[in-house]
Design a protein around this ligand. Sequence first.
Ligand SMILES: Nc1ncnc2c1ncn2[C@@H]1O[C@H](COP(=O)(O)OP(=O)(O)OP(=O)(O)O)[C@@H](O)[C@H]1O
Length: 584
Amino acid sequence: MAHIWRYIKREPKLLFLNFIGAIFFVLINLGLPTILAEMINEAIIPQKVNLLYFWSIIMILVIIAGAAGRVLLSYASSKLTTLMIRDLRNDMFEKLQLYSHEEYEKIGVSSLVTRITTDAFVLMQFTEMTLRLGFNTPLMFLGSIIMIFITSPSLAWILLAAMPFLIASIVWIAKKSRPISKEQQESLDQINQYARENLTGLRVIRAFSREDFQADKFHQETNHYSQVAGRLFKLMGLANPLFFHILIWMIILIMWFSLGPIEAGRLNIGVLVAFIEYAFHALFSIMMFSQLFMMYPRTNVSANRISEVLEMPISISPNEDGVTETETNGYLEFDNVTFAYPGETESPVLHNISFKAQPGQMVAFIGSTGSGKSTLVQLVPRFFDVTLGRILVDGVDVRDYKLSALRQKIGYIPQKALLFTGTISENLRYGKYDASEKELIRASDVAQASDFIERTQEKYQTFLAEGGANLSGGQKQRLSIARAIVKEPGIYVFDDSFSALDYKTDAELRRRLSEITKHSTVLVVAQRISSIRQADQIIVLNEGEIVGRGTHEQLMAENKIYQEIAASQMKGDQLFKEGDEDHA
Ligand SMILES: Nc1ncnc2c1ncn2[C@@H]1O[C@H](COP(=O)(O)OP(=O)(O)OP(=O)(O)O)[C@@H](O)[C@H]1O
């Protein structure tokens, strides 16, 4: 909840206006019953028409002034709230930009989306209500109590008797609603996750005809949500009738106990009406305040979820004061690296990995699925940090770099090509926003992408739908490779990025790539031996350990696992035949 204050105190002028509006509103409302009492006693009962006009005009003026206070209050509270939610969401987004993979995995992407949207909205609603009711209802309550003791202290006990009932009901409802609110938000996370999975995996779902299965899962969760929401609504729905019941009983008691004093001439009708109004205001203030109180548990759940996002310790800090300049560019060394995924320290996925690579060289990684190839190359741009050992880039431990400077040196091409909504040229300039048209064309040429780009009507201005959905898998991969080439990095990391290319394109791309990477180090994770056979060094991984290293020829001659991989991909002589074609 400290977040709310942190944001709204940034706007002291609006906060002041809010306060003034609230005070104004309270003073006017406290004045009205007294004016009404005067009107009844002096004008209505003695039937003095002139005085009736007089008091009516006073009353209208006071009501208009009250409305102005209310407008001021609404303006200030809504403005403060919208500014708060804007800044809060921006801060959450900025924090998310700093998250490493570990933090994303801890909370989960769907939950993060709910937190930045729905939870922030819950906080916004609560803040708006607090600003609107938080000041004036306690003031109104205190003012009404004072006026009650001034107008008719003998009846004040009725109000005091009603209050414990009211407060007990509010506390009971608030207590009950807290766990239900938590369940509701968690169910919303789940709904988000199913919706996300369904939308991103639409083709697979259709190909396997699993629409009904997915729909069932979704319906089950939405049913669960509606049950939980129903329980919450019921509880909240109970509040108003309960409160009004207490109010009505209080008014009946006031009437009952005022009969005697009126008969005896100790109380007049005007004062009785004012008293009822003040008592009503006092209890109504508690009721309004209780809305905040009852909303608090739900808001608290959302506020905690937001705090978790904002206060999450970042495992890989941006290291703003780290190294930014090095003498060389592209030297890489893994020095006895062991790595376990966060929370799985007992079972490392990489063990004692050591190798060196230098500009102009290509180092390739091959091994069975799950042997740790992708994990290994992802340690270079620090998507995760090593558990033991160190990784040196240009002689400096990657942890000592300013993170952005380290990543600037690396052109990472992921397994699954991801493009952004926008034109092809915007996508290609992603790593170098000031790249010239010529640079884009050259990179696309090398990446074997220019052919299909040239065939499109708008060429480099062709608009790509979300994630590049209007392109084929191979086209996406080629653009993703071209994007890295535009950046001209010292180290290229191809994380199985040739898998969607046909053999011919793959071979041509590697040939062109070797021309432009004379001064860069190239790391390649591959499934196909044909993609890496000309590498200067091939590292064979098995269960996270290096079980062989050398050139293709050396490994074919002496490494059993490599031979098995080769045999499983194609018959030996076929492999050599294709290799010969490659060399030609
Ligand atoms: N984010 C993660 N959290 C925990 N374990 C993971 C994570 N990513 C991968 N692993 C595990 O690490 C091991 C190595 O995975 P990795 O993706 O590096 O293998 P790979 O050799 O690249 O496989 P493939 O060729 O199938 O892509 C696997 O056992 C995998 O289950």
